[in-house]
Design a protein around this ligand. Structure first.
Ligand code: SF4
Length: 467
């Protein structure tokens, strides 16, 4: 029987068997951010050194400010936040880790920077102390988030104990229609299979709609695999992924590139590979999506109304829906389109790439925002690219705030938070209670939908604004 992409990568990296069906995996790449301080402390306390500094790449993202960047690290007013950024930079220098630091134009969100620099490559096992490491699966890599003690283990050994996941193939066929993006695809997948739908599984996304996505779109889809409960999400490497990687700083060069290409071509799942589960979605039937609750699975089409928990037969889910509606201050039957928003956040490792910014600019060009709108590029290089295309002028003329690369209001650890009671139209990946600030109500959507909400001051169907 043939092997799936996940099984092929697993087989190449499992180097020892352990107790409880665990295997020791060799780790090709370890990405680090400014939340990695615990692991560096643990490594030093144990008297060990980094096993493979050359396989580690670091950039500050969670704590780095989006404003007042010209003042440098010293300009960060909050001493704790400043310490996190300084700590990563000093640890990286001390241990010989490649650093894309505060003053480096390559700095950005770790899941944006890795692919952008060609650090992420097909067939690799790649880890990071952040849940959304699944993003890197867009290249046909096995990328997953790990906890602080696991980070310290990888630092010391370049290996990790892990259990092999089951496989779930999600096939999305059909052409996406105008106004429907990769974010809508993954929100629709999560709404269909649920936040536990991928539990214990590695998801492989397949089908014509997935193949037609750019690498940015594939990263958006794989990024939110973790929100479906999956260990990782993957797309088989193809011409699109190889073309993206060609010429990137840390991608193979010369004859190494030819060898890598030949290897990458062997990675797609065999035609007779068996998956433990299968799910299908008709991509051509999708419309722009938006969430109404406090879980990414609580969402639907922008043309829908807020569902009625009393119609839910599963008691546990009904209780969860009731809690979500109470937090979100929403009544069943309320149309999603027209729901007033108080703030917009366009950014995060889900949707901060140049394609996402272009989609937002397409809506904002020649229009004005009616509520505070933050636009946060995923890296300094994306910021430069957007400015060379004049997108920053589109945003400024619309009245939106154009900021420095960071995680920003995805999680707010740098201080970029909304106020209690505000509804935020957000392109990030989590709408949990308090994710963007205590009492803040997050509605997840695509960059184009968020830009439309910024103009209207309410959720609206972006398709009405694209002609
Ligand atoms: S943007 Fe959000 S999800 Fe992504 S790495 Fe930063 S905090 Fe995590």
């Amino acid at each position: 029987m043939g092997l799936s992409l996940y099984e092929k990568i697993w087989a190449r990296h499992a180097i020892a068997k352990g107790a409880g069906e665990r295997s020791l995996l060799y780790v090709d790449r370890h990405l680090m951010h400014d939340g990695s301080f615990h692991a560096f402390s643990a490594l030093e306390a144990s008297g060990r050194r980094l096993r493979r500094p050359d396989a580690c790449f670091a950039t500050p993202d969670h704590y780095i400010p989006t404003r007042n960047r010209a003042a440098g690290i010293a300009g960060i007013a909050d001493a704790t936040v400043r310490g996190r950024v300084e700590g990563l930079e000093s640890n990286a220098r001390k241990h010989g880790v490649m650093l894309f630091g505060f003053d480096d134009p390559r700095q950005g969100i770790v899941h944006v920077v890795g692919p952008e620099q060609g650090v992420t490559q097909p067939g690799m096992v790649l880890v990071c102390g952040d849940s959304h490491t699944s993003t890197h699966g867009a290249f046909g890599a096995m990328g997953f988030g790990i906890g602080a003690s696991e980070v310290a283990h990888v630092m010391a050994t370049q290996t990790l104990w892990a259990r092999k996941a089951k496989t779930l193939r999600v096939t999305v066929d059909g052409a996406l229609t105008k106004g429907v993006s990769a974010k809508d695809v993954i929100l629709a997948i999560i709404a269909k299979i649920g936040t536990a739908g991928g539990n214990g599984h590695a998801i492989e996304y397949a089908g014509s709609a997935i193949r037609s996505l750019s690498m940015a779109g594939r990263m958006t889809v794989c990024n939110m695999s973790i929100e479906a409960g999956a260990r990782c999400g993957m797309v088989a490497p193809d011409d699109t992924s190889c073309e993206y990687l060609s010429g990137r700083a840390f991608a193979p060069k010369g004859t190494d590139w030819d060898k890598a290409l030949a290897f990458w071509r062997t990675l797609p799942s065999d035609a007779d590979a068996k998956f433990d589960r299968e799910a299908t979605i008709d991509g051509s039937a999708l419309v722009p999506q938006v969430t109404w609750g406090t879980s990414p699975e609580y969402g639907g089409a922008v043309t829908d109304v807020v569902p009625d928990p009393e119609r839910e037969s599963d008691v546990v889910r009904r209780e969860s829906m009731l809690r979500a509606l109470a937090y979100m201050d929403l009544a069943p039957g309320t149309p999603l389109a027209g729901l007033p928003m108080q703030r917009v956040f366009i950014g995060s490792c889900t949707n901060s790439r140049i394609e996402d910014l272009r989609a937002a600019a397409q809506v904002l060009r020649g229009r004005k925002v009616s509520i505070p709108t933050m636009i946060v590029p995923g890296s300094g290089l994306i910021k430069q690219a957007a400015e060379s295309e004049g997108l920053h002028r589109v945003f400024a003329e619309a009245g939106a705030e154009w900021l420095g690369a960071a995680c920003s209001m995805c999680v707010g650890t740098n201080g970029d938070l909304a106020s209690a009671g505000e509804r935020v139209a957000s392109t990030s990946n989590r709408n949990f209670e308090g994710r963007q600030g205590q009492g803040v109500r997050t509605h997840l959507m695509s960059p184009a939908m968020a830009a439309a909400a910024a103009v209207r001051g309410a959720i609206c169907d972006v398709r009405t604004m694209l002609d």
